[in-house]
Every structure is written in C-alpha cells, then in structure tokens.
Design a protein around this ligand. Structure first.
Ligand code: IPE
Ligand code: IPE
Ligand code: MG
Length: 246
C-alpha cells in the first residue's frame, strides 16, 4: 500500500511553519521568544507525525528571502539552530529520526554548516521518519541549482526530462509531497517547495506555529483522507469503495 495515492495518511508532509512572530507579539514578547517556542513545536510535531505513520516531514525554517529581516532576528535564528542541534540532536537520533537539510549551504556561516553536517551524518542510518529542514531554501533556488548541476554533469537537452530533472532537485531522495500545510493564516507558498508540490493537497490553518500540535495534525490528516486525488485522471470508484476493494 506504500504507493497508494489515496492512502489515508500522507507519506510526505511539508509544512510552512509560520506565525512565530505574531505568537510572541500576542504575549508582548520579542519575536525571538516565538522562534524559540517554534523550535519546541518542531520536536513535538516530528514525533506526532512519526506516530501517525508519516514517513517524510519537510519543514520550512528559513527562506532565501528571510535575509531581508533585521540583522538581529537573522542572527537570532542562526544561533537558535546551533543551540537546537546541541540540545536536541541526541534526542532526535535516539527517537529514530533521520535528519536532512536542504537549501543553499554556501552562504550560511561555517558554524551552522558544521552543525547541519553533524545532524545529517549522525542520523544517517535512522529510518523511523525523515525530517528535512529547509534552511536558506527557496523553491526557485532549488530549480536553478538543479539546472546548474545537470549542466555541470554535461547533460544534453534531450536527456533532460521530468524524471531526470527531479533527480537533481534537493528532495530527490523523498517521494512526492502528499500534504502541504501552512500555519499562521497566510494563503501563499512564499517560495517553499514549488516543483515538488505539483499535486500536493493543500491545507491552510490560522493556527500560529507554536500552537500547532496533535489536534491540528489530526484535522489536516482527516481533511487529506477525504480528498479524491485524481492527478489529472478520473476516478470511477469513490475512495471509500476503493478502500473496500483493496
Ligand atoms: C515563521 O514565523 C518563522 C520564520 C520565518 C523563521 P514568522 O517569523 O514569519 O512569524 P510571523 O509571520 O511574523 O508571525
Ligand atoms: C515563510 O514565512 C518562510 C518560513 C516559514 C521559513 P514568511 O513569514 O517568511 O513568509 P511571508 O513573508 O509572509 O510570505
Ligand atoms: Mg511569517
């Protein structure tokens, strides 16, 4: 059943973790307080997703465009990653989480690069769930880096098809995104995964990221389970009938 496109639980869930700043503001606290709470939410959500049978969880932590924020917020987010890796890596490793990081690693501080390398290498053999952190990531960046690497490999235009191109994208190791969630109330993609969400089901929730938990995950999965994914085709049987058939 692993490849059943109408399975009730998404194999691959992607989340735009938005709303940390507003969550902090509501509490008359600095934005950093919201980011800190947001990091704890990631830890919680990885576990909740693994328990529900999600195999790949991809979260948007820092976008190519987030450099536009005030320098102190950017450096705060960077140091939060360093603290987070130091504090939580062992816990994630022990919980069977495989960590992958996607995004431009050329333009982030060396210390951060080292932390991400360590997170990836020390969890490489885990298989309970793959947590991909999109950091200094943009969907457009991803497509450009894929083109560049393909050209660098000397691929001829006629050798480039969708399957080949996909192999050069940052999430080549993961199945297609089934469920795309954005917290925080905005209804936009903000340059997160573009190529990979061609046929993802979309869920937008007003819940601010630090408040996201079991209830919101279960609501999103329940909504996903009700969708009839046709991928451009037509279905002659209802999802319920198909479930009885299989
Ligand atoms: C999302 O929360 C986290 C990052 C972009 C790092 P925001 O910081 O965008 O929070 P809001 O949207 O201002 O509430
Ligand atoms: C998207 O949120 C980026 C992350 C969650 C990392 P933003 O808060 O940066 O997006 P916009 O600016 O509202 O589009
Ligand atoms: Mg935001």
């Amino acid at each position: 059943m692993a490849d059943d496109p109408n399975r009730a639980v998404p194999r691959h869930m992607a989340i735009v973790m938005d709303g940390n700043g507003r969550w902090a503001k509501k509490r008359f606290m600095p934005r950093f307080f919201g980011h800190k709470a947001g990091m704890d939410t990631v830890l919680r959500v990885v576990d909740l997703c693994a328990e529900r049978g999600v195999e790949y969880l991809t979260v948007f932590a820092f976008s190519s465009e987030n450099w536009k924020r005030p320098a102190d917020e950017v450096s705060g987010l960077m140091s939060l990653v360093l603290v987070g890796v130091a504090k939580y890596l062992q816990r994630l490793a022990d919980a069977g989480v495989r960590i992958r990081v996607i995004g431009d690693r050329e333009t982030i501080p060396d210390k951060l690069k080292a932390a991400w390398d360590q997170a990836e290498s020390s969890t490489a053999n885990n298989s309970r769930i793959t947590l991909t952190v999109a950091f200094n990531y943009g969907g457009r960046w991803d497509m450009v880096q894929a083109c560049r690497r393909a050209m660098n490999d000397g691929l001829k235009p006629e050798q480039v098809d969708e399957k080949t191109f996909d192999r050069y994208t940052a999430l080549a190791y993961a199945p297609e995104v089934d469920l795309f969630i954005r917290t925080g109330g905005e209804v936009r993609i903000s340059n997160f995964l573009l190529w990979q969400i061609a046929y993802a089901e979309l869920v937008f929730t007003d819940c601010l990221w630090p408040d996201f938990g079991a209830q919101q995950i279960d609501e999103a999965i329940a909504s996903f389970a009700k969708r009839d994914r046709r991928f451009g085709g037509i279905r002659e049987t209802s999802p319920a009938a198909a479930a009885v058939d299989s």
